[in-house]
Design a protein. Structure first.
Length: 494
């Protein structure tokens, strides 16, 4: 098929939700087809394009995007919202649509997964389908609809049975989202959406994993939405105690902590895990120090916390070991789903923006724990700030701010307590370190069981994440910088 030209793709990319380069000067400098399925049995033609985007700002660099387009001879009114444009081919004009929004095109992927059910693999043109044993059988009556919401990839559900995530920004190699979901599915984890299969294409002798099919969690509520709703309920009646309010999140946070501990234990048993020596803790501390040094140059508000944070990082450098394993790598409330059967954690792709090879390196599980702790804080602070616009004239302001802080402190405390308790029982050994001083009440991560080295590591990861957030907020949302700055004061004063 004729390839759509760069200008067509450029105008389309900026209209999509998932294009990471919005607002940056970019151009599409290469478009190639990596799979072509001709129209058949009522299905449209499907062409999977690989689009190279190059940036001309100071960060420069280039990215690869996957763009599957369905083709029709005539305009399809039913998917006009997904129209990309028309191209001239030997067979005449072809109208192109975003295939994820086209249920007739989505049937092609479904066909592939169904065909792979018995032998574990099937092929449609250059799309290779892989199935993991187990899961609900798929049938060809399932109808797809695209998922809405802020996402970096594109997902579509097949009724209530399965959800397919099509990776948008792609790079060659094993995608950690697929790799980890496969292991956790084979290991029988109750806290993930089971992996049903995935799609891969060989491109110039390299493997490109392009999509993943999972159990659809029909009763799921986004964890961040749930947390934010809880804060709203609390702040609507701030005279109430947090514990007595419908807006208490302590129980949910504890169950989420337990879920994370279970997932970490399973990852530890199914991927390489090891204990590294003093060289690693020194390296970790130096990365954290560098980030702090960099941030304080542009954010004077950090200064009061700097001496204590440096002491905390010194304590990290003084640790003689660091346990590392596969971790989630980008954990926050938006990567959690609350279902009627408990919490599930999704999206194991790791920190976007880092190459796959780096993302699959083992890391400290405390990084994930810290990510969740920061997320509780953001949920509370964001809602509190949305009320606080009238602070001057609003007498309830101080009380709401106090309640929001309590909400976050309780959620964090119950999350960590449950995590540490479950981790200790999963391992058959205490997760806490003997000989450490127990913490004072009212601090960032207070817990009776979290002592010694674990305590130092968790505080340091929380601080490091907050320093990162300070930089992010200064650049993108300066009025929000108080959220991480306040957290840093808290860590510094423990
Ligand atoms: N298995 C699932 N069942 C139901 N909804 C899901 C499932 N997996 C993801 N989602 C929904 O889709 C959103 C995005 O999923 P995620 O895996 O985080 O994709 P992305 O890489 O685009 O961030 C989630 O926040 C959730 O709302
Ligand atoms: Mg996500």
């Amino acid at each position: 098929m004729t390839t759509p030209d760069a200008a067509l793709l450029e105008s389309y990319l900026v209209r999509t939700r998932w294009f990471g380069g919005k607002g940056r000067p970019f151009e599409v400098d290469h478009v190639r087809s990596i799979a072509e399925v001709p129209a058949h049995q009522g299905r449209p033609s499907l062409t999977v394009y690989l689009v190279t985007v190059t940036y001309s700002d100071e960060d420069a660099g280039s990215e690869l995007y996957q763009v599957p387009l369905s083709g029709y001879d005539d305009i399809e009114e039913r998917i006009s919202h997904a129209y990309v444009g028309a191209i001239d081919t030997d067979g005449g004009l072809v109208h192109l649509y975003d295939a994820v929004h086209d249920r007739e095109a989505m049937r092609i992927w479904l066909d592939g997964f169904i065909a792979a059910e018995t032998t574990g693999t099937s092929q449609i043109d250059r799309l290779r389908f892989r199935r993991v044993p187990g899961g609900d059988p798929l049938d060809d009556t399932l109808v797809s609809s695209p998922m809405t919401g802020e996402q970096s990839n594109s997902s579509a559900r097949f009724d209530d049975t399965a959800i397919m995530k099509l990776f948008r920004k792609v790079s060659p190699g094993i995608n950690p989202d697929i790799e980890i979901h496969e292991e956790l599915t084979r290991g029988g984890s109750e806290h993930i959406a089971q992996l049903y299969g995935w799609v891969e294409i060989d491109v110039d002798g390299e493997l490109l994993q392009t999509a993943m099919l999972q159990e659809f969690l029909a009763t799921a509520t986004d964890g961040f939405e749930l947390a934010v709703a809880s804060v709203r309920t609390l702040l609507a009646d701030p005279e109430q105690n947090v514990e007595d309010s419908g807006g208490d999140f302590a129980g949910e946070a504890a169950r989420l902590g337990e879920a994370l501990a279970n997932i970490h234990a399973l990852m530890r048993s199914r991927f390489p895990a090891e204990s590294r020596g003093a060289e690693t803790t020194a390296e970790l501390a130096s990365t954290m120090r560098d980030r702090l040094d960099y941030a304080r140059r542009s954010v004077p508000g950090l200064e009061p916390s700097v001496p204590q944070l440096q002491r905390l990082y010194d304590a990290v450098a003084a640790l003689d070991e660091l346990d590392i394993q596969r971790v989630h790598g980008d954990l926050h409330l938006g990567q959690t789903l609350r279902t009627s059967h408990g919490w599930r954690i999704v999206d194991f792709e790791g920190e976007p923006g880092r190459p796959f090879a780096q993302r699959s390196l083992p890391d400290s599980p405390w990084r994930d724990v810290a990510g969740m702790l920061r997320s509780f804080d953001y949920a509370a602070a964001m809602i509190e700030m949305s009320w606080a616009t009238d602070a001057e004239v609003d007498e309830g302001h101080a009380l709401r701010a106090e309640r929001a802080r309590e909400w976050s402190a309780r959620a964090r405390e119950h999350f960590v307590d449950a995590y540490v308790t479950a981790a200790a029982s999963d391992d058959g050994e205490a997760a806490s370190d003997a000989g450490g001083a127990s913490s004072d009440a009212g601090d960032d991560t207070a817990s009776a069981q979290l002592t010694g080295a674990s305590r130092v590591l968790l505080d340091a990861y929380v601080a490091d994440k907050a320093v990162y957030e300070v930089m992010y907020e200064i650049r993108n949302r300066p009025t929000w910088v108080s959220i991480p700055l306040e957290a840093l004061e808290r860590v510094a004063n423990t």
